[in-house]
Design a protein around this ligand. Structure first.
Ligand code: SAH
Ligand code: SF4
Length: 431
């Protein structure tokens, strides 16, 4: 979501003759977009601001700005922590950027933090980071208030984007040659709930996107388990353009921990959703991935082991993992007496990562002998034998390497999978 915001910010800046540079010494404006999901990412933002002080010393005309989740939370405090900062703007102030830029250019220091909904402005272009993959946000914010999570405080309540604006953005991407469209949201499957029109749902959005002519595929992340409707599962099955890929974070395999996290499902219900999806898409042709947190406050060893057994029981193809990071203002962040020792959290994270690796290898094994449709994203030439090895991504999000012509970059091809390592598959070109 932050990357997608950065693409929009870059697009807006380009309307003011700002061009991107890799060299901070040439810049007139240094802007950092920040994430605060874990303490480490927030700390990194402040250390980057600290490092940028030297550029302001060399050129006092340089402007320094910070936006995103850390800005949204810290507001004016940022000026106190770093006197070189000229601009602080929140997650809902992106479309005010033209005004904000004018103000800082005239020497003002500005902190713009909105707590209410933003009005989208589609007049600006978007400078996308990748050549073939386009991120398209469809819903912002979150209403769930999981006890560990800072997102509802940094991104506010759920706001769905206008249906037609999304369709137009996807059409533009397809016309520009983007081959993979990823619909983004903290909870994509809540799309439309705030729009008072029962026909505006993620399922219907996918159906409409699938009607767009062109050679592309679409995926969506992240889904909240109990917001996955039967109609959504059905819609995914209706078109080859929609990836059979569900990212459904479970967070913990233990019911008591799920309750303490304020997740609205238990292990059995999560399992039923996974089962329903797997039964709809036969022949192991669906990918289900998850997120898990190790060392949530009060988590016992037995409860942690329930997470490991869940990965196995639900045959999850891959999981993002993290050690619990206390976040200020969140409910669990106040349960200091239940915090798990850092050393134990690290140990659990390592065990969780090992379990995840095992699950990934099992999932890779299922791909052996299969023909996967992949999008070729780039290539490398082997220095010794000169052979071109293409790197690509399959519908199941796995990286696939195979020998082929570099002209295939940017196209979909069929690859038969012959072998694998932990993090990628190897195959041969079929067409
Ligand atoms: N909306 C999604 C998750 C978005 S946040 C969902 O409900 O599942 C992305 C991931 O960051 C979460 O799935 C969670 O695993 C992780 N995360 C969020 N807050 C965290 C914290 N305080 N400590 C560690 N991981 C956290
Ligand atoms: Fe955070 Fe996701 Fe929970 Fe929302 S649903 S509070 S984004 S973990």
């Amino acid at each position: 979501m932050n990357k997608s915001d950065s693409e929009r910010i870059l697009g807006m800046l380009s309307h003011f003759d700002y061009q991107q540079t890799e060299n901070p010494q040439e810049a007139n404006l240094l802007l950092i977009n920040t994430c605060s999901i874990r303490q480490l990412s927030a700390d990194k933002a402040f250390s980057t601001l600290g490092r940028w002080g030297k550029y302001k010393k060399l050129n006092p005309e340089i402007k320094i700005g910070i936006c995103g989740c850390v800005a949204q939370i810290e507001k004016e405090n940022i000026f106190k922590r770093n006197k070189n900062v000229d601009l602080v703007f929140g997650t809902r102030n992106i479309y005010e950027l033209p005004d904000l830029i004018k103000k800082i250019e005239s020497g003002e220091k500005i902190c713009a933090i909105k707590d209410n909904a933003i009005k989208e402005n589609t007049d600006f272009c978007i400078i996308r980071d990748k050549s073939f993959n386009a991120w398209v946000p469809i819903i912002e914010g979150c209403n769930n208030f999981c006890t560990y999570c800072i997102v509802p405080y940094t991104r506010g309540r759920e706001r769905s984007r206008d249906f037609n604006n999304i369709i137009n953005e996807v059409k533009t991407c397809v016309n520009q040659g983007f081959k993979e469209i990823t619909l983004l949201g903290q909870n994509v499957d809540s799309y439309g709930k705030d729009l008072n029109d029962k026909n505006i749902t993620l399922a219907n959005l996918l159906r409409e996107i699938a009607k767009i002519e062109g050679d592309f595929r679409v995926r969506f992340v992240t889904s909240y388990p109990t917001d996955i409707t039967d109609d959504l599962i059905k819609a995914v099955g209706e078109s080859d353009k929609i990836c059979k890929y569900f990212h459904i974070p479970m967070q913990s395999g233990n019911d008591e921990i799920l309750k303490a996290m304020n997740r609205r499902y238990n292990r059995r219900q999560y399992g039923e959703i996974v089962k329903k999806i797997r039964e709809t898409f036969k022949d192991n042709c669906v990918t289900i991935t998850s997120d898990f947190i190790a060392g949530f406050p009060g988590e016992t060893n037995e409860q942690f082991y329930d997470t490991l057994s869940a990965i196995e029981e639900f045959k999850l193809d891959y999981s993002n993992t993290a050690a619990y990071s206390p976040r200020e203002n969140t409910i669990a962040g106040k349960w200091i007496d239940k915090f798990i020792d850092e050393k134990i959290k690290k140990e659990r994270l390592k065990i969780l990562n090992d379990k995840n690796k095992e699950a990934v290898i099992n999932s890779n094994k299922k791909c052996l002998g299969k023909i996967l449709k992949v999008l070729v994203e780039g290539f490398k030439q082997n220095e010794e034998n000169g052979k071109i090895i293409l790197n690509s991504r399959a519908e199941n999000n796995k990286i696939v390497h195979f020998e082929g012509d570099k002209n295939l970059v940017g196209s979909f091809v069929d690859v038969k999978i012959n072998s694998y390592s932990t993090w990628c598959l190897f195959g041969e070109l079929m067409n």
